[in-house]
Design a protein around this ligand. Structure first.
Ligand SMILES: NC(=O)c1ccc[n+]([C@@H]2O[C@H](COP(=O)([O-])OP(=O)(O)OC[C@H]3O[C@@H](n4cnc5c(N)ncnc54)[C@H](OP(=O)(O)O)[C@@H]3O)[C@@H](O)[C@H]2O)c1
Length: 304
């Protein structure tokens, strides 16, 4: 096992890369923030300059100088570069959703499997100490009948920094849906089926069945009024309700934890993590099945 710092490169130069990935990489013990890649050379140079690391426009040159990649690019862009990076033996700090199609997610998983690299998907809340304590209490108490959750976001409002092209295309199901699926999966057990329907203005409702018998619901949107915005989740059962502490997650600290756990796994030759690429693919399968049902319902309405 080596104790040399793992050299991380950051793929992406947008708001999320600047506000969360770059500061987390710079702050994490035992890793070296070494490089930035972006399709816009000026943005890459600016972000790299702020941290005195190397800027890249060419993906192969970027990958050649690092041991691990932290991604802050749209999911389809991430899946393609991450697959190349895994084939070149780089460890992966992925964003949710890991990809936008089952084929892209499968190709990524296959590349990770073959290369034996470590992977962690940043389901933000899963790296919060408060949420981890909540999950431990959920597990200790047991006896849960179900879960209820809603993420009413306003990212598609004009001035919001998350009003980005891929979110406008994919909506809340693919952006914030992964966070709630991941949380309910961890608290109530693996998801065995999903039923989905859509409301107006990017509203999506999911009903999940979990192995062991519990059921849960998720409502997501990115176009809620600011006054209605917020996130809530609780599990309920014989011992009452237990609400997840989702209000105060420190995103830079949570990402730093994810980076440190990825680095520890990479050093130990450990490829599995509760939020690894296999889990990311499983969450993606729930999203894809939900999207399929919503699209089929819309097509049936149009042809009626
Ligand atoms: N875990 C969380 O809590 C959380 C929170 C926020 C975001 N995220 C994730 O972070 C990722 C990035 O989100 P975002 O809002 O920052 O996305 P974004 O603004 O759409 O993209 C950010 C970066 O990707 C680049 N980019 C966009 N399209 C590209 C393309 N076709 N080819 C190459 N580069 C491209 C942008 O370059 P330009 O500047 O040149 O356009 C920018 O550098 C997503 O996976 C999102 O889910 C996660």
């Amino acid at each position: 096992m080596t104790t040399k710092p793992l050299r991380f490169g950051l793929a992406g130069t947008g708001y999320w890369a600047q506000a969360t990935h770059a500061p987390a990489l710079a702050a994490t013990e035992g890793v070296e923030f070494a490089a930035v890649w972006g399709r816009n050379p000026r943005a890459a140079a600016d972000l790299a300059g702020a941290y005195q690391v190397t800027a890249h426009h060419d993906v192969s040159a970027f990958l050649a100088g690092i041991d691990a990649v932290s991604f802050a690019v749209p999911p389809d862009v991430q899946a393609a570069i991450a697959t190349q990076a895994a084939r070149e033996g780089k460890h992966l700090l992925l964003e949710k959703p890991v990809a936008l199609t089952g084929a892209a997610a499968d190709a990524l998983v296959e590349a990770v499997e073959r290369a034996g690299v470590a992977s962690v998907v940043f389901f933000t809340q899963r790296f919060s100490p408060d949420v981890r304590a909540w999950l431990a209490e959920v597990a200790a108490r047991g006896g849960w009948t179900g879960g209820v959750s809603a993420w009413l976001g306003s990212a598609l409002r004009e001035s919001n920094p998350f009003n980005t092209p891929w979110r406008r295309d994919q909506g809340g199901l693919w952006d914030v849906g992964p966070h709630l699926i991941s949380l309910l999966w961890a608290s109530l057990g693996p998801v065995t089926s999903v039923t989905a329907d859509a409301g107006p203005a990017d509203v999506t409702h999911l009903v999940l069945h979990h192995r062991g018998g519990a059921t849960s619901t998720i409502t997501v949107t990115l176009s809620a009024a600011e006054a209605a915005a917020g996130v809530d989740a609780y599990v309920w059962g014989e011992s009452g309700r237990l609400a997840a502490p989702l209000g105060s997650v420190d995103r830079v600290a949570a990402l730093s934890t994810a980076v440190a756990e990825l680095a520890a796994n990479a050093r130990a030759g450990q490829t599995r993590h509760p939020c690894d690429v296999w889990f990311g693919r499983d969450v993606g399968r729930v999203l894809a099945e939900a999207q399929r049902q919503i699209d089929a319902r819309r097509a049936a309405c149009l042809s009626a």
